[in-house]
Design a protein around this ligand. Sequence first.
Ligand code: PGA
Length: 267
Amino acid sequence: MPKNSKERVLISGNWKMNQNHFEALKLIQELATLLHSVNAISVLPESTKVSIHPPFTSLRTVQTAVESDHVPVFLGAQTCHYLDKGAYTGEVSAEMLAKLGVQYVIAGHSERRQYCYETDDIVRKKVDAILKHGMYPILCVGETLEERQSGQAKQKVKDQLDQIFFSRNESEARNIVIAYEPIWAIGTGETASSADAELMCGYIRGEIASLFDDNLAEEILIQYGGSVNEGNAVELLHQDNINGLLVGGASLDAKKFVDICCADASV
Ligand code: PGA
């Protein structure tokens, strides 16, 4: 990978609890067709990487399709357990995901923090497990509307970052992708303005610089997420500190998602 993070872009499609394995197969095939045609006309920039995060039940189906059709996407997961194995009914470990060829795993998505009571401590253990098994964590951070309105947004994000990056070695830190996702913008149709998103992503980069150094902060990938669509992707990617997008709803529509993936070409 090139050194400067601005030369690299990661667009991630988080399918959440959507797409049974039949639907997942159809969607990945549609994506394959579109991405192949896009590649053929060289619109998808070479520096843009794409990851797809289906539910666990569709991972194997998507993995097989990606491999057999040479779809230019990396396999991703939405979460994992932090232990390798054991009596944890219903859980899936990072080790199991790595064996399936998963490369990116979302950690600490606000929906999991809210509905599954995941604390920063749990998220840190998940990040450790994902790194241990050679995958890239996509660490989600972000504030609620209340926190933003009361001027607490930066402090909230700083606290979340500190919990994950504190006393972590540099080689691990540089493999963590950070997704800034203001909670009030997720699934609401309300996007942070590109200026607000840039401000917070710049703040995040500054925090990483103060925890490590400028070089590492330059290298780290920072995504924005929250109601990204094919209309706002270009402007968001135009910002200096935004290296990618974490896309929920719009990633369920192959055409919209591929348009978002190609947005960096127009930057
Ligand atoms: P959204 O979801 O694009 O539907 O707002 C983003 C996310 O939760 O990652």
